[in-house]
Design a protein around this ligand. Sequence first.
Ligand SMILES: NC(=O)c1ccc[n+]([C@@H]2O[C@H](COP(=O)([O-])OP(=O)(O)OC[C@H]3O[C@@H](n4cnc5c(N)ncnc54)[C@H](OP(=O)(O)O)[C@@H]3O)[C@@H](O)[C@H]2O)c1
Length: 167
Amino acid sequence: MKLILLMAQTVDGKIARHSSHFPDWTASADKSYFARRTREAGVIIMGSKTFDTLKTPLPGRKNVVLSRDPGRVSRPPDLIFTAGPPARLLADLATEGFQEAILAGGMRINSLFAGAGLIDEIIVTVSPRIFGSGLSLFDIPLDLELRMVEVRRLDGDLVLLHYLVRH
Ligand SMILES: NC(=O)c1ccc[n+]([C@@H]2O[C@H](COP(=O)([O-])OP(=O)(O)OC[C@H]3O[C@@H](n4cnc5c(N)ncnc54)[C@H](OP(=O)(O)O)[C@@H]3O)[C@@H](O)[C@H]2O)c1
C-alpha cells in the first residue's frame, strides 16, 4: 500500500486561511488533476474538518474520514468515519485490494500520518497566491528527506512538484 499526500498550496506554503476555509482558490487544472489522481487511486483519506468543507463525499471514490466523534455516521462502502490508528487503516485498505491511497489533508491529519512515517510520496500543486498566514501542510516538527520525481507546469501559473519520501 502506497500513501500519497496530494495537496494544493500557495507559494508561501499555505493550504488554507483557516480550518473552515473552503478550497475555492485553486485553478481548474488543479481540480482536474486532483479528481483524476484520486479516481485512479480509488480511495481518499481526510480529516473531518476537511470533509466538512466538502460537505458530501467525493463521488466514485471511497472516502475515509478521520474523526473521533461517535455522532458521525458511516455510509459503507463509500463513506467511512474512523478513529482507527493510521497504520491499521492503511492495512485494512490493502486487505480490501487498494494498492495506493491519497492522503488529502488537512494539516492535522497530514501530521498524524507523517508523524507515523506512513507517507511514501508527496505531490503538491503550487498556486500563484500568497496568504501570509494560515494553515501549513503540517503542524508538528518533522524531518522528512525527499527525492524529486517530477516538476511540471500544469497550466498557466500552476506548478506541480512530485517527491518520494526517503524511508
Ligand atoms: N489546500 C489543500 O489541498 C487542502 C486539502 C485538504 C484540506 N485543506 C484545508 O485544511 C483545512 C482543514 O485542516 P485541519 O488541519 O484544520 O483539519 P483536518 O486535518 O481536516 O481535520 C482535523 C480533525 O480530524 C479529527 N482527528 C484529528 N486527529 C484524529 C485522530 N488521531 N483520530 C481520528 N480523528 C482525528 C478531528 O475531528 P473530530 O472532531 O471529528 O474528532 C480533528 O478536528 C480546511 O480549511 C481545508 O479546506 C486544504
